[in-house]
Design a protein around this ligand. Structure first.
Ligand code: AMP
Length: 479
């Protein structure tokens, strides 16, 4: 069913690929048009990946799928959705951070093995996939894609020759290390798995006659589902016979949910691990105003990523919130263009200054994060050229100083401006009149989860697992 009309050169250096993704799964045997539910869910998760989209449907163990490069609405049409019939379906949106992107690397991955067909969608990154892949290849296993998710699929296929699917997944989790939120369909089951640290999110929703799994709860309302709960760290949920079974496979491992989900990645209307993302961002703005007050005439946001924190900053500081930048909603994320030249141009494509509103004013500009420093520098220049008297930047997260190996696109330390420069230097480089970042403690307080349950590695280098001896070339290259 997968209609791949392009020619592919399958030589992507697999260890250069990093994923930011969204996953969704629906179990609803009595529902017609199940793929359309997944399609709606993927729409709600589009912010998690804009490069490719795919849906796999499962009818009595027979899996059909379609995946293609592009946004959800570009990839699917009525005809394709109609053809994806089944009782269970899973979907995936993906954004890889290199220029080398091929539809073969899109998900869901569908593999055929002795026990039958299995479809898998993965959000996150493994830190030991290369090791495992090398070993499997030494034993004659062949790989069709360059993504680490195929290592997971391959291991499950290997173990399921002699074990049940649940046992095969548990065996697989003993081998893999890193971040994974998985949605799998096999036989008459929909299965969700969250890694032992719970780095990437995954939650469960209830339909009238069925269940939904999703990276984020923001997908539930459009899918007609009620939020039930998060999948726990180290938990596998198996949905079959319209019931949920749970296996806690992960043992005693410290939870380390990704802080950046609250800072940037998740949608504000999602609840991740019991905490609403909007409230976390607004609190971050409030605490930022306490930590870095400044005299100014107006608080503005970098839309949309800084908007909620700017509301909090304005509320706490008493400085009125106003519009200073207008966003073109039809241009994708800044990061969507993987090379630096396009990234620079895309700031102008995406944002324009509302000259009449900022002229002659002292501005506090709020953004959620500074990664490479490209975006803020460009915006400060645009604001000053439009007549802003002063531009003070306040960032509602701490300086990003370390690479993420778990699925967030924080690039090599070489490219992280805060890994190589002091706050004063960055302020000068981006032409701001002052610069203040939220503290790590402030961010944790804003989220409201215990510090020891959050991964703050990109800010302080404290990784929830060993990332130095992975045998993964990419890890060494990055640091
Ligand atoms: P930079 O120009 O690299 O400093 O980019 C910072 C901007 O990119 C901020 O406005 C963020 O909202 C946004 N951003 C931060 N992290 C990511 C990410 N992982 N993927 C896409 N955009 C991001």
């Amino acid at each position: 069913m997968c209609d791949e009309r392009e020619l592919f050169v399958n030589e992507t250096p697999w260890d250069k690929l990093k994923e930011e993704c969204g996953v969704v799964g629906v179990y609803a045997p009595e529902k017609r048009d199940i793929a359309r539910s997944v399609y709606f869910g993927l729409h709600a998760l589009q912010h998690r990946g804009q490069e490719s989209a795919g849906i796999a449907s499962n009818k009595n163990g027979k899996i059909q799928y379609y995946k293609e490069m592009g946004l959800v609405q570009e990839v699917f049409n009525d005809e394709i959705i109609e053809r994806l019939q089944g009782d269970i379906a899973i979907g995936h949106v993906r954004y890889s951070t290199t220029g080398e992107s091929y539809v073969v690397n899109a998900m869901p991955l569908v593999v055929y093995h002795k026990g039958g067909s299995l479809a898998l969608a993965h959000n996150g990154n493994l830190v030991n996939a290369k090791e495992i892949r090398d070993e499997l290849q030494d034993n004659g296993v062949i790989f069709q894609t360059s993504i680490d998710s195929e290592v997971i699929a391959s291991l499950i296929a290997k173990y399921s020759r002699e074990k049940t699917i649940e046992e095969a997944i548990v065996e697989t989790t003993k081998m893999i290390r890193g971040a994974y939120a998985l949605v799998i369909t096999y036989g008459d089951k929909l299965i969700g798995v969250r890694d032992p640290n719970g780095i990437r999110p995954l939650c469960i929703g209830k339909l009238e006659n069925g269940y939904v799994l999703s990276s984020e709860s923001c997908a539930f309302s459009v899918m007609g589902a009620e939020f039930v709960r998060d999948v726990e760290a180290g938990e596998m949920v198996i949905i079959e016979d319209n019931q949920i079974k749970s296996i806690q496979y992960g043992g005693k491992v410290q939870k380390a949910a990704c802080t950046f989900e609250y800072v940037y990645f998740s949608r504000p209307d999602s609840v991740v691990d019991g905490k609403n993302v909007y409230l976390a961002r607004r609190n971050a703005g409030i605490i930022l105003a306490r930590e870095y007050p400044v005299e100014a005439d107006m608080v503005i946001a970098v839309p949309d990523s800084g908007t909620v924190a700017a509301v909090g900053y304005a509320q706490e500081s008493g400085i009125p919130f106003g519009e200073g930048l207008i966003k073109n909603r039809y241009v994708g994320r800044t990061f969507i263009q993987p090379d630096q030249r396009m990234r620079e141009l895309s700031v102008k494509l995406k944002l324009n200054v509302l000259r009449e509103n900022i002229k002659g004013k002292r501005i506090v500009m709020i953004d959620d994060s500074i990664v490479r420093g490209t975006t803020s520098g460009k915006i400060v220049k645009m604001l000053k050229e439009a007549g802003a008297k002063e531009v003070h930047i306040r960032v509602s997260s701490p300086p990003v100083m370390h690479s993420c190996y778990f699925g967030i696109d924080t690039p090599s330390r070489r490219h992280l401006v805060a890994a190589n420069h002091s706050v004063e230097e960055i302020s000068k480089m981006i032409g701001a009149d002052s610069l203040g970042y939220l503290s790590v403690e402030g961010l944790i307080e804003a989220i409201g989860l215990p510090a020891d349950q959050l991964c703050t590695a990109c800010f302080n280098g404290v990784y929830p697992m060993d990332v130095s001896r992975t045998g993964n070339k990419y890890v060494f290259e990055k640091e």
